[in-house]
Design a protein around this ligand. Structure first.
Ligand code: NAP
Length: 250
């Protein structure tokens, strides 16, 4: 059956009992996805760097009738060392014993400036947060994902992850790398049930979009809630067998 992830229709319990880790769940698209996944029955692990912001999302989930109690995983992707990743994985293993969904959503924009002027340490920071951290987290969590019956990884891409445009610098390069990482993972796991796909959200009304386009009419942009069906499709059972693909939501 072919399904258009943009207009995907699903039941109220499509993610029932799935354990799903969402990076950057404190704000923007990640926060909206965490709340919606909890409404659909998922056991959500909220990742971010700010305990205060994550606790606010935790409280919102706890106010949803019937939602499972979420977990919080605080880890600053720009500075986390090996021990911090090991501790995060150990906590998930102890609490759940498996991971059904991993959504790589956290990213930073970095400077929008020419290659000629791009600061080298900023370049390294953006690539580290957006790409290297996603690689490390994926690698460390793979054993727990293989313990799931229906594991799914979503990487978040961008239009500038497919076409190099002036002044997008390390952000663009990190998203090209993200597409490659997702494709390699899909191919390396072609003979098991793990699927790996990329989603490009398109322009969405968040603080990152405001940072990139401060003069834009924000009312013309879709909200994070409006793009969630594509994420739910890739996290739920209807996308079984779909892997190594890259979707544009808008
Ligand atoms: P956002 O509102 O800026 O949210 C980014 C999230 O990442 C926040 O939860 C943020 O935490 C977290 N984060 C940033 N740096 C971190 C670090 N060092 N350690 C841990 N967490 C960190 O962005 P968004 O617009 O929702 O973007 C979500 C994804 O969509 C990104 O991958 C972005 O590249 C992609 N995307 C967005 C658009 C768009 O128009 N919005 C378009 C194309 C692609 P804090 O809350 O602590 O800042």
């Amino acid at each position: 059956m072919s399904i258009d992830p943009k207009s995907y229709q699903y039941g109220d319990d499509v993610l029932k009992d799935r354990v799903i880790l969402i990076t950057g769940a404190s704000d923007g698209i990640g926060r909206a996805l965490a709340l919606h996944s909890a409404k659909l029955g998922a056991q959500v692990i909220l990742h971010g760097r700010s305990t205060k912001k994550l606790e606010a999302v935790y409280d919102e989930i706890m106010a949803i009738e019937g939602a499972c109690r979420p977990s919080i995983a605080v880890l600053d992707l720009s500075i986390a060392d090996a021990d911090a990743y090991v501790a995060l994985v150990k906590n998930i293993e102890t609490e759940f014993g498996r991971l059904d969904g991993l959504v790589h959503n956290a990213s930073i924009l970095g400077p929008r400036i020419s290659i000629e002027q791009y600061d080298i340490s900023e370049w390294q920071r953006v690539l580290h947060v957006n790409l290297t951290a996603a690689f490390v987290l994926t690698q460390q969590l793979l054993p727990l994902m293989h313990a799931s019956e229906d594991p799914s990884i979503i990487f978040t891409s961008s239009g500038v992850g497919r076409v190099g445009k002036p002044f997008w610098g390390a952000y663009s390069v990190s998203k090209f790398g993200t597409e490659s990482l997702s494709q390699m993972l899909a191919a390396e796991n072609a003979h098991n049930s793990l699927r790996s796909n990329c989603l490009n959200p398109g322009p969405v009304r968040t603080k990152m979009r405001l940072e990139a386009y401060p003069a834009e009419d924000r009312d013309s942009l879709v909200t994070p809630d409006e793009i969630l069906p594509a994420y739910i499709y890739l996290l739920g059972p209807d996308s079984q067998g779909i892997t190594g693909q890259s979707f544009d939501i808008q």
